[in-house]
Write a protein that binds this ligand. Structure first.
Ligand code: GLY
Length: 369
């Protein structure tokens, strides 16, 4: 069994951690995981879907390594990224007598990773945690880089901290039970990575087409690893998103607005796909990017069955003025200016802070038709 190990080389060296990727990664990493549970107990935060499918596997692997798992199971879905759920998770961890050197395991998709990571940062002013992502989206994006968050009325991920995990185990075997819609949603984050910094990865994706997400496709694990390596390089350079890390938000200003307007109706990755399409269309309209690149991106999004524009995003009848209002509270904005990630070409993104609001509104009205 070949596993890929990617080192997230943060400074100082004591904060560095590994991401282990591949089929069977969890079983192969049992000893490393056990070492992060010095009192022989591993609190696990998961959701109902993952618990039903995969909790017995985790429990068996941990029991063999001499570790007792104690599990909290939350309802699936974005509604669990709330203050109420955060309080429940913190109470659960405190009830387990968690100490600062103990780790918890965030076992699930992006929602579980973001929520459990934030609880880990807050309990006793900071404990350790391990990400065991079970969705494609979490394996390629949210489990690596230390972003944790919950949502508020104002929007997505408004309350959170940077808190790096101690280990990330991306066992691609878990993807076998993931439905096609979730796979496509995760793919959108890989496509995003290629569009913003890795034209070679885009070519690989374009060549593989929709076949990449078919069961047992030999290239999927290497594509995941390449995408993660690209993200890791950016996180190492700019952990706290003072500069280049913001590029990882390509498509996300539009996406967060769509998600906030259609809570629970559109998956994060679907909203990101529509946002990438919109970002390329806007980049062309503003004269930054060639139509040829935009058309290839839109073509690939559609081939994959993903929305390629705001109009193609499902979940609500979206309104440009309401989307703009949401975008005004985006975390990237500075001094009241909306910051957008645009592209000069496939593989080269940049931060734009001077698109006039009226022009953005007009653009969205057209892109929604
Ligand atoms: N998902 C974007 C980031 O981790 O910065």
């Amino acid at each position: 069994m070949t596993l890929t190990r990617i080192k997230i080389k943060l400074k100082p060296a004591s904060r560095q951690y590994h991401m282990i990727i591949g089929n069977g990664a969890l079983n192969s990493s049992a000893e490393e995981l056990a070492a992060l549970a010095p009192r022989g107990v591993l609190p696990v935060i998961t959701d109902e879907t993952v618990a039903e499918l995969h909790l017995p596997t985790l429990e068996t692997i941990m029991a063999k390594a001499g570790i007792e798992t104690r599990t909290m199971i939350l309802p699936p879905g974005e509604t669990s990224k709330s203050f109420a759920a955060l309080e429940q998770v913190c109470d659960f961890l405190l009830e387990q007598g968690m100490e600062r050197e103990d780790a918890l395991a965030a076992f699930g998709g992006g929602v579980i990773g973001d929520l459990a990571g934030l609880a880990s940062a807050l309990v006793k002013r900071g404990t350790r945690y391990v990400q065991i992502p079970t969705t494609l989206l979490a394996q390629v994006d949210s489990s690596v880089g230390g972003k944790t968050a919950i949502n508020t009325k104002t929007g997505k991920n408004m309350i959170g901290v940077f808190h790096q995990p101690k280990l990330v185990i991306a066992d691609t075997g878990f993807l076998q039970t993931l439905d096609k819609r979730q796979m496509r949603a995760g793919y959108a984050e890989i496509l995003k990575m290629s569009c913003l910094a890795d034209a070679g990865l885009f070519e690989q994706l374009y060549e593989a087409g929709s076949g990449l997400l078919q069961d047992g496709h030999s290239e999927l694990v290497s594509v995941i690893a390449r995408s993660v390596q690209g993200k890791a390089d950016i996180v190492i350079e700019d952990e706290l998103e003072r500069g280049s890390r913001a590029l990882l938000n390509l498509g996300h200003s539009f996406a967060h607005a769509l998600e906030s307007e259609a809570p629970g109706k559109i998956l994060h990755g679907e909203a990101v796909a529509a946002g990438i399409g919109a970002a390329f269309c806007l980049s062309v309209e503003l004269g930054f990017c060639a139509e040829y690149d935009r058309d290839r991106v839109l073509d690939l999004l559609r081939q994959m069955g993903l929305p390629a524009s705001l109009a193609e995003a499902k979940g609500a009848r979206f309104n440009a003025k309401k989307l703009l209002h949401r975008m005004k509270s985006d975390k990237k904005n500075q001094q009241g200016q909306i910051h957008l990630i645009l592209c000069r070409k496939i593989g080269e993104a940049f931060i734009s802070s001077n698109v006039p609001e009226e022009q953005l509104l007009e653009f969205m009205e057209v892109n929604l038709k």
